[in-house]
Design a protein around this ligand. Structure first.
Ligand code: OAD
Length: 246
């Protein structure tokens, strides 16, 4: 496989999905047929589900926290962190994953588009901005916001919710800089089925700004035809080669 041309004028955006963490032992979404650990998506990943049964939602996310704590970053995560080390601020990682494996691999220039499994926020976050890093588990009780007393919830973007508006500024500024200053600009999507917007549409925006778009995925993603190059296989095996890691 041909490695990216990395030099002092190379800019890279990596966008990861659940497939990137699959080799670490974290199940992907589409493999589970819309049923998450036996729960309906509407019950555990929507604001209405949380209002109906917050204890069920916390039990579900506490189990996911427990599982992620037992998993380690794989060679794909490490290759992404290694590339960031070499490119510095000419690198940006966008991830749809709510685990912390990128951070534990050493990634720092990272935008967590769908939130974090290890942050807790106030359920009334429109009016109460309380949000903290939280690695505790709540199997038998629902934590409350220390500021306003409302129920606290996982800081995850659920279905029917919007992404943080800062996200759009961050990636559009980076794409513009890459177009202006970069000799090579690569957009690399990793382990994502291309089903969920806006992540699935970023490939077109990057191409409009001059990026060469590469997909690294086990199966053909829904939006695979939109990429300039498709590398089928496991990200833990392909990324170290693609990124020319020593
Ligand atoms: P999906 O579960 O939809 O897709 C995972 C993709 O990873 C599939 O296309 C697999 O072929 C691929 N894959 C599996 N193992 C792989 C490996 N070892 N190396 C490379 N690719 C591999 O996950 P996402 O696309 O991340 O949103 O799902 C997007 C969003 O849908 C999630 O962030 C989540 C869900 O709704 C929220 O929770 C808001």
């Amino acid at each position: 496989m041909e490695a990216l041309q990395i030099d002092s004028e190379t800019f890279v955006v990596v966008m990861t999905g659940a497939g990137c963490s699959a080799e670490s032992g974290i199940p992907t979404f589409r493999d589970s047929n819309g049923l998450w650990e036996g729960n309906r998506v509407e019950d555990v990943a929507t604001p209405r589900g949380f209002m109906k049964d917050p204890q069920l939602v916390w039990k579900f996310y506490s189990e996911r926290r427990q599982n992620v704590k037992k998993c380690d970053p794989n060679p794909g995560h490490l290759a992404i962190a290694d590339l960031e080390q070499r490119l510095g601020d000419r690198f940006l990682l966008l991830t749809q994953n709510v685990d912390d494996l990128h951070e534990r691999a050493g990634s720092r220039r990272i935008v967590k588009m769908h939130g974090s499994l290890f942050r807790t926020k106030c359920s009334k976050y429109m009016t109460c901005p309380h949000s903290v890093v939280d690695r505790e588990e709540y199997h038998d009780r629902v934590p409350t916001c220390p500021v306003c007393g409302a129920a606290a919830r996982p800081d995850i973007v659920w279905f029917e919710e919007s992404l943080d508006p800062n996200f759009f500024d961050i990636y559009t500024n980076f794409f513009s800089r890459a177009q202006r200053e970069g000799k090579h600009f690569y957009y690399v999507a990793v382990g994502t089925s291309g089903n969920v917007m806006p992540a699935a549409g970023l490939v077109h925006e990057a191409q409009l700004m001059g990026a060469e778009a590469i997909l690294v995925n086990l199966d053909l993603a829904t939006n695979a035809l939109g990429f300039d190059r498709v590398e089928r296989g496991k990200s833990g095996e392909l990324l170290p080669v693609l990124f020319g890691c020593k």
